[in-house]
Write a protein that binds this ligand. Sequence first.
Ligand SMILES: [Zn+2]
Ligand SMILES: [Zn+2]
Length: 189
Amino acid sequence: MASSFVDSHPMGKIQRYSKDTESRVEVNCPQIVKQYNAHMGGVDLADMLIALYRSNFKTKRWYMTMFSQSLDICVNNAWLLHRRDHADPKDRLPLKKFRIQIVSELLHKNRTRVTVSQENDPPKKIITPAAPRPTDAVRYDNNGHLPMFVSYGRCKYCKNGYTNITCSKCILRLCLVSKRNCFYNYHVK
Ligand SMILES: [Zn+2]
Ligand SMILES: [Zn+2]
């Protein structure tokens, strides 16, 4: 057994039948076993959730299996917090969508790094085949949203604006003129 929460202490006592004395006797019970017996329902639930969308990890190094298991536990615990924070079931993401959203947000982070490394290259026309909008976690992360010049087109924030400025991370055209700063407004709550 392994836990980040308890170890064997404080040692508890439990009653067990003894063949020698033909009666119940007190034996020591490590705290981690006591906790497991009390909360095994939660452990079963965690195992069930992991089995639903287990990370596909093929490895010969045994300890990587523990790493992937820990990663899945982290994701599932985050999802349980997400559910707790959204009282209205309509706002809750199913576990599968939640996992996909984490992946897409991590991919967005990479996009920032790529963009920054191309800083000195001439701005390229960004191809956006009906580009999906960034998730709120990316939109408001205040990290790596840089203005870039692209072809002229409709602003994705206001109703009638046209602009040739896009956000390098969100890949959305946003006005940035003295009358209207959709670029700023889009990125703050
Ligand atoms: Zn605008
Ligand atoms: Zn942005």
